[in-house]
Ligand binder design. Structure first.
Ligand code: MN
Length: 279
């Protein structure tokens, strides 16, 4: 992977807790890149049910906690999505990250705004609960291979609604950027990585980590780039290990083991030691 230091790396829609979440791959992206700022642009969680988090999901959270350690000098920002909604307090304590509804910063002479994007999806605004259910259903159905025609038609309709959401969010975001005098605006939510330029304003969507395309954004002096994680970095051993993790249902339920993974990855035990010496 690229070893240059990015000003900002943006990742969204990991949906931790969902079976389709590619948490392991997302952790590899964070470990394989260097950046001054990390923006988790919403829907990092699928819902509030922590029992559904697998070993890899806890490891991702552990690594976020590690990155947010002040000694690392990386600004880690969590922007709330419609699935993350209400997690702000829990997350700031668990992983030590500040949570925002939207985050704005200045870079390369331009105002940058990061906002999840459900705010621009008319359906979502008045119907958070229903749409949350819709997303989980959509993610579940995507995995299944149906033969039944009515169900296929239903999935097609759901897909169409999903695809229509992408231009709706980009249009709303561009309008929002214009109103707030931003040169660049970043969203997630649609699970489709995208770049749209309109009258000198750039809209970028970071895509997601639940579909076949796994994408993230980087910002540096060369500009903004959409990256696709291809998985070429994997070797067979890691694939096997991953398959093992998916199969071990009992292990997934063991809170002790999950917490150990989280603590291990985050350096939590080192912190405890450090704090007890300092205090
Ligand atoms: Mn969303």
């Amino acid at each position: 992977m690229d070893l240059s230091v990015y000003n900002t790396l943006i990742l969204s829609d990991l949906h931790l807790g969902a079976e389709t979440s590619h948490a392991r791959e997302a952790t590899r992206v964070l470990k394989g890149n260097r950046f001054h700022r990390l923006i988790l642009l919403g829907d990092i969680f699928a819902d509030l049910n922590f029992a559904r988090l697998t070993k890899d999901h806890w490891k991702f959270l552990g690594y976020i906690r590690k990155l947010s350690n002040p000694k690392r000098n990386i600004e880690v920002v969590w922007v709330e999505g419609n699935h993350d909604h209400g997690l702000a307090n829990i997350m700031s304590h668990l992983v030590g990250v500040r949570v925002y509804q939207r985050y704005a910063w200045q870079y390369a002479g331009l105002r940058h705004i990061a906002i999840h994007g459900h705010q621009f999806d008319g359906f979502q605004v008045n119907n958070v609960r229903l749409s949350r259910l819709g997303t989980s259903l959509y993610l579940k159905l995507q995995k299944l291979d149906f033969r039944s025609k009515p169900i296929v038609r239903f999935i097609d309709r759901l897909n169409t609604r999903w695809l229509r959401m992408s231009p709706t969010v980009s249009a709303g975001a561009l309008q929002y950027a214009r109103q707030h005098e931003a040169g660049r605006i970043f969203c997630g939510h649609t699970h489709q990585a995208l770049h749209v330029e309109e009258n000198g304003i750039d809209y970028y969507n970071s895509g997601g980590w639940v579909d076949s395309r796994l994408t993230y954004l980087t910002i540096d002096e060369q500009g903004v780039r959409i990256h696709e994680f291809t998985g070429h970095e994997f070797n067979q051993h890691e694939y096997d290990e991953r398959a093992d993790n998916r199969d071990s249902g009992q292990e997934r339920g063991e809170a002790d083991s999950s917490f150990a993974d989280f603590a291990d990855e985050s350096g939590l035990l080192e912190d405890v030691e450090y704090e007890s010496v300092g205090g």
